[in-house]
Structure formats: structure tokens, C-alpha cells
Ligand binder design. Structure first.
Ligand code: CTP
Length: 396
């Protein structure tokens, strides 16, 4: 693959990405711009990749590198992609080795932009990003956080571990087009916490890994992804907008707002069915009066609510639920699909170390149309990709 490096300070993070790629056996040719070398020098890229590094088209001309590098690549991944580099790519300019490579590549191309918020939001950049996406490139939205100076906002390069995950997800799809491009999807993840007092809550074991895998894989397939995350401590997936919530009520509110304009919603969060009737404002003290039993009241069913309001709020939206079952997995799953009224129900067997917190997952996906899809045990990213395959079949 080709790692294109633009002239932004985040170039230093691309070293870590390169390291991860080469350590996992990928052959990586680094093609920096001349400006990128002002941030990280040629010896670093050459040593980490084990391959020669040039920025111009006049070195090793006998090997025609300005054409060959792009033609031979299985993936071109540009990180960081600056506003200038994307403008050149959108306009089809070819004045250095990287822009030539982008013009000759016929493999998947991913841009991971990093710049100041003002530059990302400028109409010129918006138009260039739209052009690149319309031509089939995946442009990952930058992350929100600390920028070069003391300021923060949208514009950060996502964490190298998540860029690495995105690169692998795109690579393993081979030459397949980003089939979720132009679609907005919303995924919920994690587990809600229902406050008892300011320091205690009722919660569950959901780690958020499956929901994060769904968000990550959707972004790698070109989707505009919003991830509503309830109490998850995982790095934000690359290219995904993350909305953080705590309780079931907050999750319900966020989902209702975010589902508007989305073609698909996936409810993988573990939502508490009940919450304490009373949540007290001060910590319950051991020395005080014994608190007595915690009285519970039922939470609204977010998934069923999204289905009920679909016709008025989001006609045609595909809605996917998850079911965590310990016993009679399929029978309970079928009954739940009927009860919730969603289009697809991903039925997981939980308990005994399965699903919650584990790296692997397995499921049967039941469709409202009677379809049954078995997804064998494998990484959560694999399960997520299979779920998106089923969603893509149902998109308008
Ligand atoms: N769900 C929801 N709101 C709730 C409870 C669950 O939106 N208050 C959603 C979950 O996100 C999941 C699906 O409903 O997509 C099924 O969740 P699960 O816990 O398996 O089922 P429950 O409806 O809670 O039924 P039960 O606990 O009886 O199995």
C-alpha cells in the first residue's frame, strides 16, 4: 500500500500508523509531500518502511515511479491530508509524486484530513471533500480535540490505532466500492447508567466494542456516521462523530435527534430496562438512615420508540436492533423481533464470557422478511461488516 503524507504537524502520528502497518506484514511505500518532510524527515520514513522515499517525479525516472507506484498499490491512504493536498487532488493537479500517485491509482483511496477547524469548515474545503467522495474516495471526518496550539475543535487526525483499523478494513474489502458513501447512519453503543445517587448507578457489562466496530466499519465503507456512546472508554473510531450520553433517557433523546436524516439506525447499546424511581442529589451515607430497597420504574424502549415514530420522523429508515439472550436464544429472538418491529435483529448469546467485553462475537440475524443469517464466531469488525451487508441490501 501507499502511505501518502501531507504537510501538516500530524505527520508525526503517521509514523505510528506506518509502524503498525509494517509490523502487521503490509508492504508500505511512503510518499510524503515536500512540506511533510519539514515535519518528519526522509530517514524516518525510509527506516520505518524499509523502502526508498522521494517526493518528486525526477528520482529513479527509469522506473517511472509517478505511474507505477499508484498502479501497483492495493490501497492509497493519505494521513494527514491537508486542505491544500485535497484541493490539488480534487482539481486533478499532479505536481509531485503523491499527487501523481493519486491520479494513477485505481485501488481504494482514503483521506484522513487534519487541519484547523476553520480550514475544514471553509466552503472550498467542503466542496473539495464532496468532490473526492463523489469520485469514490473515502474521506474520514477529522476528530474533535486539541489542535496544534492551545485551541480545540474538529480537525484532529484520529488516533493511529484507529487509522490502522480503518486501513485494514478498507484493504480487506479489496476493490469493493465504499457502498455506504452518501448515506448517514447512526449507531448506539455501550451501556446506560441509571443514577442512584451522585456516585452510584445501576449499569451493565456492555463494553461498547460491538457498537464501536459497527461505527468503524461503516465509516470505512464511506458512511457519514454518528455514534451515540453510553459510558464507553474506547478510542473514537476514525471518521466518526461521537455523541456521549449517560442514562437511558439521555440516550433516547440523542437517538431521536440524530436519527433524523439517517438512512439506517443500529441500536447495539445495552439500555437499562429500569431506573431507580428516586435519584438523590447527595451521596447516601453509611452513617445515615439505611436507604432500604431501591424502587425501580421501567424506562421507555428506545428501539420500539424509533420504530413507532419512523413513518413521521424518518420514512424508509432501516432500523436494526440487537438482542442479548442467555436462554432459548432463537425463540426469544423471534419473539423480540416481532415485539420491537425493527427490520433486522442481531441475536447474540450472552453470559459465560460470551459477547460482553469479548473480542469475538457470533450471532444470528433475523429479518422481518423471514430471513435468517448465521454469522459465525469471529472478530466484532467481521460481524459488523456482515450486518452492514444486510443493511445495504435494504437501503433505498
Ligand atoms: N432496547 C431499547 N430500549 C430499552 C431496552 C432495550 O432500545 N429500554 C433495545 C436494545 O438497544 C436492543 C434491543 O432493544 O437493540 C433489545 O434489547 P434487550 O436487552 O435484548 O431486550 P429487552 O427489550 O430489554 O427485553 P428483555 O430484557 O426482556 O430480554
Amino acid at each position: 500500500m501507499v502511505l501518502g503524507v501531507g504537510g501538516g504537524i500530524a505527520a508525526y502520528k503517521a509514523c505510528e500508523l506506518l509502524r503498525r502497518l509494517t509490523e502487521s506484514g503490509h508492504r508500505v511505500r511512503v510518499v510524503p509531500t515536500a512540506e511533510a518532510l519539514r515535519f518528519v524527515g526522509e530517514p524516518t520514513w525510509a527506516a520505518l518502511s524499509g523502502q526508498p522515499v522521494t517526493t518528486g517525479v525526477w528520482d529513479g525516472v527509469d522506473e517511472v515511479p509517478h505511474v507505477r507506484i499508484g498502479q501497483e498499490a492495493d490501497l492509497v491512504f493519505v494521513a494527514p491530508a491537508t486542505a491544500n493536498l485535497m484541493a490539488k487532488a480534487a482539481a486533478g493537479l499532479a505536481d509531485d509524486l503523491l499527487t501523481n500517485t493519486l491520479l494513477t491509482a485505481r485501488c481504494p483511496v482514503v483521506f484522513a484530513p487534519a487541519m484547523h477547524t476553520e480550514m475544514w469548515e471553509h466552503p472550498a474545503t467542503r466542496a473539495n471533500v464532496a468532490t473526492l467522495r463523489a469520485r469514490g474516495a473515502v474521506v474520514l471526518d477529522p476528530a474533535v480535540g486539541r489542535l496544534t496550539g492551545a485551541d480545540s475543535g474538529r480537525g484532529r487526525l484520529p488516533e493511529p490505532s484507529e487509522l490502522f483499523a480503518a486501513a485494514r478494513l478498507v484493504l480487506r474489502r479489496g476493490a469493493a466500492a465504499p457502498d455506504l458513501a452518501g448515506h448517514r447512519v447512526v449507531v448506539s453503543a455501550g451501556g446506560t447508567r441509571e443514577a442512584i445517587d451522585p456516585v452510584r448507578f445501576l449499569g451493565n457489562h456492555s463494553s461498547g466494542k460491538q457498537g464501536y466496530a459497527l461505527a468503524r466499519t461503516a465509516a470505512a465503507r464511506g458512511a457519514d456516521v454518528t455514534l451515540v456512546a453510553a459510558n464507553v472508554s474506547l478510542p473514537d473510531p476514525a471518521g466518526v462523530r461521537v455523541v456521549r450520553v449517560g442514562s437511558a433517557a439521555e440516550l433516547a433523546e440523542a437517538m431521536e435527534a440524530e436519527r433524523r436524516g439517517a438512512e439506517a439506525v443500529v441500536m447495539s447499546a445495552a439500555v437499562a430496562d429500569f431506573r431507580p424511581v428516586r435519584s438523590v442529589a447527595s451521596k447516601i451515607k453509611k452513617s445515615g438512615e439505611a436507604p432500604g430497597p431501591i424502587e425501580l420504574v421501567e424506562n421507555p424502549d428506545v428501539l420500539a420508540g424509533l420504530v413507532a415514530s419512523r413513518a413521521s420522523e424518518a420514512p424508509g429508515q432501516t432500523i436494526v436492533g440487537f438482542a442479548a439472550e442467555t436462554d432459548d436464544v432463537l425463540a426469544n429472538g423471534r419473539a423480540k423481533l416481532e415485539r420491537k418491529g425493527c427490520d433486522l435483529l442481531v441475536v447474540n448469546q450472552v453470559g459465560g464470557g460470551r459477547a460482553f467485553g469479548a473480542e469475538d462475537n457470533q450471532a444470528v440475524v433475523l429479518g422481518a422478511d423471514g430471513s435468517v443469517t448465521d454469522i459465525p464466531t469471529g472478530p466484532k469488525d467481521d460481524l459488523a461488516d456482515r450486518v452492514w451487508d444486510l443493511v445495504v441490501e435494504r437501503l433505498p
